[in-house]
Design a binder for this molecule. Structure first.
Ligand code: AMP
Ligand code: MG
Length: 361
C-alpha cells in the first residue's frame, strides 16, 4: 500500500507542457516533440475523433504503467493500441482475417476498435493477461501524425481519471491529469464525443462489446452479420461482460445521475415533478434536456444537449455537459433518454453507466 503511494508521487510530473495544435495545419516541431516523449517512455495526451487519449509506447511496460497510474485505472482493464497505418496491424496480431480487412477498408481511420488474437510482442500489461488485443486506427491528423512520427504502436485510453466522464476538450484533460502527464496537446473539441465501438473479431459472428460511433447497422451492412454482447443489452441480468471495462461504473460526474426512459411526453412530465421534489429536499437539481423539450422546463436549471433527430449533436456534448453540471454545483442530474437508433445506442450505454438510477415512465 505504502509503496503504491510513494510510486504515485514519483510519477507525478509537475512540468506538464500544454500546447495548442491546429489539426488542419500541423506544427511538425510539436509533433516531433510529442513523438520524442513517446519514444523516451513518457506520456502525451492528444485528441482523436472520439475523445482525448493518454498515449504511451505500447511496447514499453514502464511507459504503459504511467497510463494506469495517471488515470488510476484498474490493472485488469486492457488498453486499446492505436496504429498509424493498416499494415501495422500485422506486427501486433497472429492473423488478420478477411472480415477484419473489409472492416478496416470501410471504417478506418475511424471510431472502430477491433479485437484479434495478439502476438507475443504485446505484454500482459496492455491486454490485462488476455490472449487478444484491441486495435484502432484513429481519424485525427494530430493522433495519426504522432503515431507515424514515433513509429510505435501507441496505447491510448481516454485521458480522464478512471470513472469520470471522458474528455472531449483539453480543459477536461487539464482538470483530471494536469501534473500527471508529460504533454497535453489541445486540438480543439472532439467530433464524435463518445469512445470507439469495440468489436470482437475472434468469435464466429463479430460481436460488439461496447457500442460507439460505428453502429451495428453499419457493420451488418458490410459483413452481413454482427451481434451485441448480451451484457450490454440486458444489463439487469448481471451477465459478465466480455469487455473487462464494461463491468465498471463509468462516466460519472460528482452529481448523482438519474436516467428517465419512456415516451418524451411522460419523461418531461416526470422530470418536472421530480425536479420540484429535489428542490423541496433542499438539493440542487439540473435537467439534461433536448432541443425538442427544453421549453417544457422554463425557469429551471437546464442544459440542452442537442437535437433528438441529430444524435451526433448529443453524443458530442454529453460528456462535456456532465462535467458542466458539476461546475454548476448541481447535486442531481435528471437526464432524458433518447431513441436507441444508430449512435443513440452508444449514448444510452454511456448514460446508463453514468446513472445510479433508471426510471421507466
Ligand atoms: P478505453 O481505452 O478507456 O476506451 O477502454 C477500452 C475498452 O476496450 C475497455 O472497455 C476495455 O475493457 C476494452 N478492451 C480492450 N482490450 C480488450 C480485449 N482484448 N478484449 C475485450 N475488451 C477489451
Ligand atoms: Mg475510458
Amino acid at each position: 500500500m505504502k509503496l503504491g503511494i510513494r510510486k504515485k508521487v514519483i510519477d507525478i510530473n509537475i512540468n506538464t507542457k500544454i500546447v495548442k495544435v491546429d489539426p488542419g495545419n500541423l506544427d511538425y516541431n510539436i509533433i516531433k516533440e510529442a513523438a520524442d516523449i513517446i519514444n523516451r517512455g513518457g506520456t502525451v495526451v492528444f485528441p482523436t475523433e472520439t475523445v482525448y487519449g493518454i498515449g504511451a509506447d505500447a511496447l514499453n511496460d514502464e511507459a504503459v504503467d504511467k497510463i494506469f497510474t495517471a488515470k488510476g485505472r484498474p490493472q485488469d482493464n486492457p488498453l486499446i493500441v492505436h496504429i498509424g497505418d493498416f499494415h501495422d496491424l500485422y506486427d501486433l496480431v497472429e492473423e488478420v482475417p478477411e472480415k477484419a480487412k473489409i472492416l478496416a477498408e470501410k471504417f478506418w481511420p475511424g471510431p472502430l476498435t477491433i479485437i484479434l488474437n495478439k502476438k507475443d510482442i504485446l505484454s500482459d500489461k496492455i491486454t490485462a493477461g488476455l490472449d487478444t488485443v484491441a486495435i484502432r486506427l484513429p481519424a485525427n491528423n494530430i493522433a495519426l501524425a504522432i503515431i507515424r512520427e514515433s513509429k510505435k504502436p501507441i496505447a491510448a485510453p481516454s485521458a480522464n481519471t478512471s470513472g469520470r466522464p471522458s474528455p472531449t476538450e483539453a480543459s477536461h484533460v487539464i482538470e483530471d491529469l494536469m501534473g500527471k502527464v508529460d504533454m497535453i496537446i489541445d486540438g480543439g473539441k472532439t467530433y464524435i464525443g463518445l469512445e470507439s465501438t469495440v468489436l470482437d473479431m475472434t468469435s464466429s459472428v463479430p460481436m460488439i462489446l461496447r457500442p460507439g460511433g460505428v453502429t451495428r447497422e453499419d457493420i451488418v451492412e458490410v459483413l452481413g452479420e454482427c451481434s451485441y454482447d448480451p451484457a450490454i443489452i440486458r444489463s439487469e441480468e448481471k451477465i459478465v461482460p466480455k469487455s473487462p471495462g464494461q463491468k465498471y461504473r463509468h462516466y460519472s460526474p460528482k452529481a448523482k445521475v438519474i436516467l428517465y426512459k419512456g415516451s418524451v411526453e411522460n419523461i418531461v412530465k416526470r422530470i418536472n415533478i421530480d425536479y420540484e421534489k429535489y428542490i423541496s429536499l433542499g438539493l440542487k437539481p439540473g435537467i439534461m434536456s433536448t432541443v425538442q423539450t427544453e421549453k417544457s422546463y422554463e425557469g429551471k436549471t437546464t442544459i440542452c444537449l442537442g437535437d433528438r433527430t441529430k444524435p451526433l449533436t448529443i453524443s458530442s456534448n454529453l460528456f462535456k455537459e456532465l462535467r458542466d453540471f458539476d461546475h454548476m454545483g448541481v447535486d442531481v442530474i435528471l437526464a432524458e433518454a433518447i431513441d436507441e437508433k444508430g449512435i443513440g445506442k452508444a449514448i444510452l450505454n454511456r448514460l446508463g453507466k453514468a446513472a445510479s438510477e433508471v426510471i421507466e415512465v
